[in-house]
Design a protein around this ligand. Structure first.
Ligand code: ADP
Ligand code: MG
Length: 704
């Protein structure tokens, strides 16, 4: 049985991917090697090579039923974009040939005028180009051959997330290799960043989803009294998978495996109806592409199973939101994970150097790391009681902290290493205790041989976070290199230790092993001078500070104009998101909720009247009590929805984008919260049958 099960998975895995193995099989040897060289060293790809690859791709894809091809890219919308062309070329005699040229593979020209450019391009300058990224494999989905591409403007500016991500990976490689050469790792020619992004999501009944305008238009609920039960029993986390959910997960795994996405771990999360999927880590660029595909497949497969998959950061008030943990490390082309402490971390100068570089980079550029995860949705999560706070700090664990302390103070401490622990039961195996425990409250935690950045929101592309991380670490590595590049070999170790010591002393304020959810930490972080940027409008100006622009331009990641455009796009997106939420809430309250409220009040009044008719001295206590509460709520709701409408109109008129975002944050969102509080109070008194949409209790606890 087991043997029978293994074969189909191996056959299925990557069956829809034009992978390295397929290229090796189908391309002439010299062509294959030319492509490998381009992928590994970024060398220019000649047209004859592109032609040969295109021909092989077309043949492979059409054999698998593909009729179209599309360049696939990641504009600043946060989603992916595609435009399909068929392979057919009519012959004139009624027959067709199937064609796909190297030119079509390498370059596309989508009319780009409707994608956000943040002022980089006026609408009349419609030209944009997509350029093939050979380092991320093409794949077949829904009868089309998908070609991962970068998206740039007519003037060469990046209009997407892939372009700067690739640039940041280059920058980090360049600086890391320079440092490694000095440290004696002469055979390393390239380092890559690796990412494994754990994806959280909610699954709810599709019919219920369709009946809630807030979920439909905004991806999150804007109203809703809490269900009698939430997540307080802690009975969902790692709980038994419900059969329908298990069937969905099984189907999803298969779809992902076909696309060569290494889906690995699946389990129930903390909140009711919340789940998680983690893949095996891959090269950053591919991992980012795969995460986008994973999110898309989650929604598609959910629909097939009668579910809606919610990827919003905070779909429900009062229970945990969803994040995307960005596990990140650096690996050499000789196979060394540079964040692996090894058996003797205290004496592992290479590890200490890279560890110090990451610590320094995260402290130095904490504010833009915070910006990299700043969205309207994620604002509801960061600082809530389940997510990392908006303050960035690093968890290392006691042992590594002690090792770095020793380095800083000129002593030596190698760490105790893993120790064996008894389980107290003879039949159980002895297990090794890890050198560090876990800390779930830290936004940036060292987890043995990688860092886990926990701030990204569930719906966000992880490209931005990694662009910032790679660039910041590249910058610190360069400064380390500059300080030791001319030091004679025999003094190198001492001088390098001096440099690391200085860096640790300057940046150790970012290290925090305690509980990041407490108020004491907020106070202590403030005393340490760490930023606590709580919202998008508070964080965004840091993106265009002189320091940040200087960082990105120095390493050729983004130009000043590209940075300004991203600032505009993100703030605009923030304002639009809250604007849509405000209109949705107004409509739900005015049309749906008020209708239910009035109907129920009528019923109560009629009941009271009917009773009085029968019994003139009937006190009607229940009816009058509830009626008077609801009447007060109804009046307050009418006032509050009026205020929300007025303030939203005012927000629309503000021209300065920063000012507008601040107004949406400080006024419109506050209006929405007040209105919601009042409506939720009333909802708690109204029988479910009066509401035209399902309650929290139904939405969260209906899956079987
Ligand atoms: P943990 O239990 O500490 O979270 P896991 O082994 O479950 O660690 O890994 C969590 C995620 O981290 C997975 O997606 C995994 O592939 C990824 N991961 C593991 N090693 C690395 C690495 N070197 N670089 C990037 N991601 C990694
Ligand atoms: Mg993890």
């Amino acid at each position: 049985m087991a043997a029978m099960d293994i074969k189909p998975i191996q056959e299925m895995y990557g069956s829809m991917v034009f992978s390295d193995r397929v290229m090796k099989d189908r391309l002439p040897k010299d062509i294959y090697q030319a492509v490998r060289k381009t992928i590994q060293n970024g060398t220019h790809l000649e047209l004859d090579v592109a032609n040969a690859v295109a021909a092989a791709m077309k043949e492979w894809a059409t054999e698998r039923g593909a009729t179209h091809f599309t360049h696939w890219f990641q504009p600043m919308t946060g989603l992916t974009a595609e435009k399909h062309d068929s392979f057919i070329a009519p012959e004139g005699d009624g027959s067709v040939l199937l064609e796909f040229s190297g030119k079509e593979l390498v370059k596309g020209e989508p009319d780009a005028s409707s994608f956000p450019s943040g002022g980089l391009r006026a609408t009349f300058e419609a030209r944009g180009y997509t350029a093939w990224d050979p380092s991320s494999p093409a794949f077949i989905k829904d009868g089309s051959l998908y070609i991962p591409t970068a998206f740039i403007s007519y003037g060469g500016e990046a209009l997407d997330k892939k372009t700067p991500l690739l640039r940041s990976m280059e920058a980090l490689s360049l600086q890391a290799v320079k440092v490694l050469r000095l440290l004696g790792d002469g055979d390393v020619t390239r380092v890559t960043t690796t990412i494994g992004s754990e994806q959280e999501y909610f699954l709810i009944d599709k019919e219920m989803y369709l009946r809630r305008k807030d979920l439909l238009f905004c991806g999150r609920t804007l109203l809703g009294a809490p269900a009698p039960k939430g997540q307080e029993m802690e009975d969902h986390y790692f709980g038994v998978l419900k059969p329908k959910v298990a069937a969905f997960m099984h189907d999803l795994d298969e779809e992902l495996w076909k696309l060569g996405i290494p889906a690995k771990t699946k389990h129930n999360e903390v909140a009711p109806a919340q789940h998680e999927l983690a893949p095996v880590f891959e090269t950053a660029n591919i991992a980012v592409d795969h995460n986008q595909l994973m999110m898309e497949m989650m929604k598609k497969v959910a629909d097939r199973h009668g579910f809606a998959c919610l990827l919003h950061e905070k779909p429900f008030e009062g229970i945990n939101g969803s994040g995307k943990h960005n596990n990140w490390s650096i690996q050499t082309d000789t196979g060394i994970n540079l964040l692996n402490p090894g058996k003797h971390p205290g004496g592992n100068l290479r590890f200490l150097t890279f560890m110090t570089a990451v610590i320094s980079a995260v402290d130095e550029y904490a504010d833009i790391l915070r910006v990299s995860v700043a969205t309207a949705g994620n604002d509801h999560r960061l600082g809530g009681n389940e997510a990392p706070p908006a303050i960035i700090s690093i968890f290392l664990g006691d042992e590594l902290t002690a090792i770095l302390d020793a380095l800083e103070n000129g002593g030596s401490f190698d760490g105790a290493g893993k120790t064996q622990m008894g389980t107290g039961a003879a039949v159980l195996p002895h297990i090794m205790r890890d050198t560090t425990d876990r800390n779930r409250t830290s936004p940036f935690a060292f987890t043995g041989n990688k860092f886990e950045f926990r701030m990204p929101g569930s719906s966000l592309s992880v490209a931005n976070a990694n662009i910032v991380l790679n660039t910041a670490v590249a910058d610190v590595l360069e400064s380390i290199y500059e300080e030791i590049k001319d030091v004679p070999a025999e003094e190198l170790e001492d001088r390098l230790k001096d440099v690391l010591r200085k860096k640790l002393a300057a940046h150790r304020r970012i290290l925090f092993n305690g509980n990041g959810y407490t108020d004491e930490w907020v106070r202590e972080a403030e005393a340490r001078g760490l930023d606590n940027l709580k919202s998008v409008p508070e964080a965004m100006p840091r993106w265009i500070s002189d320091k940040s622009i200087s960082l990105f331009t120095r390493h050729n990641i983004l130009t000043r104009e590209e940075m300004l455009s991203r600032y505009e796009i993100l703030l605009e997106n923030y304002c639009k998101t809250i604007h849509i939420e405000s209109l949705t809430l107004q409509e739900m309250v005015r049309k749906d909720f008020s209708d239910a409220l009035v109907n129920y009040m009528d019923t109560l009044a009629e009941e009271a009247l009917a009773k009085k008719k029968l019994l003139s001295d009937a006190p009607c206590l229940m009816e009058t009590k509830v009626l008077s509460v609801l009447d007060r709520d109804a009046a307050a709701i009418a006032d509050l929805v009026g205020k929300l409408a007025e303030d939203t109109k005012q927000a629309e008129k503000i021209e300065d984008i920063q000012e507008a975002a601040e107004f949406y944050h400080g006024t419109v969102l506050r209006d929405m919260e007040q209105l919601r509080a009042c409506a939720d109070d009333a909802e708690a008194l109204i029988p479910d049958g009066y509401l035209p949409y399902p309650t929290y209790g139904k939405v969260l606890f209906s899956l079987r």
